[in-house]
Design a binder for this molecule. Sequence first.
Ligand code: DNO
Ligand code: MN
Length: 372
Amino acid sequence: MKMSFRWFGKEYDHITLEQIRQIPGMEVVVTSLLDIPVGEVWPIERLKALKEEVESYGLKLEVIESVNVHEDIKLGLETRDRYIEKYIKTIKNLSQIGVKVICYNFMPAFDWLRTELEQRLDDGSRTMAYRHDFVSKIDPENFAEQFMEQSKDSELPGWEPERLKEISRTIERYKEMTEDKYWKNIKYFLDSIIPSAEECDIKMAIHPDDPPWPVFGLPRVITGRENIRKFLDLNKSRYNGITVCTGSLGANRQNDIPAIIREFGREGRIHFAHIRNLKFTSERDFYESAHLSKCGSLDMFEIVKAFYDVEFDGYMRPDHGRMIWKETGRPGYGLYDRALGAVYLQGLWEAIDKMTNKTSTIFRHNYSSAKI
Ligand code: DNO
Ligand code: MN
C-alpha cells in the first residue's frame, strides 16, 4: 500500500506541497490539471512542470484524479471518437511522466452529490451530508428551479444558478438514455482506451457512483458488487480496474465493503482506494464523519484488514474530511482531518501487519529485553 493525498494544484488549493510532505508516511500526490477543459489533451509540457514541482518536495506524482470523460462519450454520440482519441493522447502523455494510475468516473451529468456542504456536528466541526428526500423531491424536468427551491435554506456553493442551468441542460440530453445503452457506451469507451493503457502501463481505476443509486432520473451503474463484476467483465484486462471508495459504496448498506475488497482485490483489479467513514442518520441519509470506526457506521479495521489480506499494493488515500480547527476551503478537502485520516489508516495497517507477523514481533521484543 502506498499512502497518497489529493492536491488540486497550486492555483486551486489552499494546501501546499510543503504541508503535504509533512504528513507522516506521505509518499504520493494525487492531482490533475483542473483548468484543462473536459475532453482536451493534457499538454506534455504542463505535465512535466507539474511532475518537477511535486518531486521537488520529495513526493511522487503517480496517480491522476481525474481525467474526466467527455459527456459525448457517456452519451454515445458520433462525436465520441474524437474525444476518445484525445483521451488516449492524454494517457500517453501521462505515461511519459511516470503516472501509474488514472482515476475517473462514468457518472452522467455530474460527479458526487451532497445536499449539505457545511453541516455542523456536535463538536463544532463542519461536514457534508446527504438527505435523500431533498433529492427525491426534484423532478428532472424542472431540475434547476426545484433544486433552488429545495436548497433555499442551505448553502450550496458549486450549485449556483448558472451551474444549475447548465446541469439542467445536460440532464435533458439524457432523456432517452437507458441503463442498457449506458453500459454499451461504457464498453465502447473501455475497448477503445484499454489497449493504450496496457501499452503505457497505466491502470485505469473507475470511481464508484456517489451516491450509489440513480438520482434525478439519471442512470448510475457503478454501485455495488454485482455491477462492478459486470463492469470488469466488459473488458477483462487487468488494466481495466476500479477505485474502491468506501464512502461512496458504503452509502448503500447492502454493500459489504470488506467482501468487495477481498473479491476484486484478489483478482488484482483494485488499483486505488479512497477511504472515509460515514454515519447513517436514517435509511438513506448520512453525513461524512471522521475516519475513525467509532465516529461513523463503517468498520475501518475490517476495511483495512481486507486490503492487507489481499496484499493490496496500489495507492490509498484518505477521502473527504471534516472542516476542523477553523479551517475553511473546498468542502471535504481540508488539510487537518484528512491528515489525521492518513495517519490513522497507516496506524491500522501497521498494527495488522505486526499482529500478522507475530513471530518477528515477539522475536524482536524478546531480543531487546534479553539484552537489558
Ligand atoms: C470526491 C471524489 C470524486 C472523484 C471522482 C473521480 O471527492 O472522490 O470526485 O474524484 O468521482 O472521477
Ligand atoms: Mn472517493
